[in-house]
Every structure is written in structure tokens, then in C-alpha cells.
Design a binder for this molecule. Structure first.
Ligand code: TMP
Length: 211
């Protein structure tokens, strides 16, 4: 099957959904079919973005204000887009990013309560309005996600927030998906990983073979 080139896909979800594993799986499936694929993540994906990530996620940075946090995520995104994502798309590659703008809407907007208009205007500055053509939202019960993450001993500053915070993140994501059903496809992350992978693959193939 002839698939479209230069596609931009984001993976989103709360902590512990397995989206990082699924992003790797999709990337290797696409590569296996001969596609030039770039797998990347936020915050990060560049040297500068990686440094910003450290500042953002170190658990001891408890004093970080919400506005500082918002600006740093956007700074990392601006760098990621210009240095990595846009050049790859221009070369006809498929870009899969583990998190993008929807993370900021869900975490800093819906969960922290920062004004959405302010978030959107900063997003326009950081991205110039570039959006993924497809976003896969891995949806999972919050307690289950946090339990899975504790199982792998992963702790970062945002994971230390309480369950209510993560519930607002999840609800925010579902609202985004409801508002943009064409772009955002929900996958039930409580299913076995093979089944999740199969569903992701079906969605990606369908979107990429569209005219
Ligand atoms: P992760 O890459 O391990 O998922 O960690 C990134 C953390 O940063 C995660 O807790 C979600 C959070 N985050 C935001 O709060 N806003 C954002 O814009 C992004 C990209 C991530």
C-alpha cells in the first residue's frame, strides 16, 4: 500500500499508559515497511530541549511557578519544532512525537488551571500553529496509570502531583478529543499491549492511506 509521506503524529496520555512503548513499536513497524521515520519526544528531542526537560522534571524543583513551567514547555517545543520536526517533515519523513501541544493544554491548562487563551497565544508563538495531522490519545484509569509507573520506579516532578491533578489531566485530554474527533483518536490503554499496538496500527494505516 502507498502511504502518505511527511506525516506528523503525536502520542498523548496521562502517566503510565504505555504510550512510549507504543511509539517505539509504531516507529519500528513503519520502518519495517520502508518508511523514513523519526521518533522523538517532549519535553526533549534536542540537546537544548533535553536540558529544559531536566529543569522541568527534577523533583527537587518544587518552587517552580506555573508560569515558568508553561514557558519552559513552550521553549522546549519551539526548539524541537524548528530543529527537528519541521526539517524531518520537509524531507518527507514520518515524525512520531511522544507528547506535543495537547500535553500543555491538558497539564498546564485543564489541570493547573492556567488561562486557555494565554496558553493558546503562547502556543502560536512556539509552533506557529503547526499541529499533528493525527494524535493518538492513550486513555487509562488514573490510579492504574500511576500504579504502573510506580512499578517501573519512575518519578518526576509532575508525577508527584496528587490523584485529583491527574484526573483533571485525563478529563482535559478527553475534552480535547471530543472537540477534535477527526484529529484525535482514543485508544483504550487498559487492553493488552499487543491489542493496543494492533489498534494503533489500524488507525495509522487508515489515516495514512487517505487521499
Ligand atoms: P514524560 O515524557 O515522561 O511523559 O514526562 C513528561 C512530563 O511532563 C509528564 O508528566 C507530562 C508533563 N508535560 C506537561 O506538563 N506539559 C507539556 O507540555 C509536556 C510536553 C509534558
Amino acid at each position: 500500500m502507498e502511504l502518505k509521506k511527511g506525516i506528523f503524529i503525536s502520542f498523548e496520555g496521562i502517566e503510565g499508559t504505555g504510550k512510549t512503548t507504543q511509539a517505539k513499536l509504531l516507529s519500528s513497524r513503519l520502518a519495517g515497511e520502508g518508511h523514513d521515520t523519526v521518533l522523538t519526544h517532549e519535553p526533549g528531542g534536542t540537546v537544548i530541549g533535553g536540558r529544559i526537560r531536566e529543569i522541568l522534571l527534577l523533583p527537587e524543583h518544587k518552587e517552580m511557578s506555573y508560569v515558568t513551567e508553561l514557558l519552559l514547555y513552550n521553549a522546549a517545543r519551539a526548539q524541537h519544532l524548528t530543529e527537528r520536526i519541521l526539517p524531518a517533515i520537509a524531507e518527507g519523513k514520518i515524525v512520531i512525537t511522544d507528547r506535543f501541544t495537547d500535553s500543555t493544554l491538558a497539564y498546564q491548562g485543564y489541570a493547573r488551571g492556567i488561562d486557555m487563551a494565554l496558553i493558546s497565544s503562547l502556543d502560536r508563538m512556539a509552533t506557529g500553529g503547526v499541529r499533528p495531522g493525527l494524535t493518538i490519545l492513550f486513555d487509562l484509569d488514573v490510579e492504574e496509570g500511576l500504579k504502573r509507573n510506580r512499578g517501573i520506579n519512575k518519578v518526576d516532578r509532575l508525577e508527584l502531583e496528587d490523584v485529583a491533578f491527574h484526573k483533571r489531566v485525563r478529563a482535559g485530554y478527553l475534552k480535547i478529543a471530543e472537540g477534535e474527533p477527526e484529529r484525535v483518536k482514543i485508544v483504550d490503554a487498559s487492553l493488552p499491549p499487543e491489542e493496543v499496538g494492533r489498534r494503533v496500527w489500524e488507525i495509522v494505516k487508515a489515516v495514512m492511506s487517505e487521499e
